[in-house]
Write a protein that binds this ligand. Structure first.
Ligand SMILES: [Zn+2]
Length: 51
């Protein structure tokens, strides 16, 4: 088995990378009436800071 690039070693980062291709956004803002979705949880956290 070949060594993968370091950034793909953990399953979570690989999943995040996959989301960047599929544009899937599994993290939904919990604020009622907002309904924004984010592909990575850090973007959601940043969004919540300004809500
Ligand atoms: Zn929101």
């Amino acid at each position: 088995m070949q060594h993968l690039p370091k950034k793909f070693h953990t399953p979570s980062s690989l999943q995040t990378h996959t989301y960047s291709h599929t544009e899937e956004k599994p993290f939904k803002c919990p604020v009622e009436g907002c309904g924004r979705h984010f592909s990575v949880v850090s973007n959601l956290r940043c969004h919540q800071k300004f809500t």
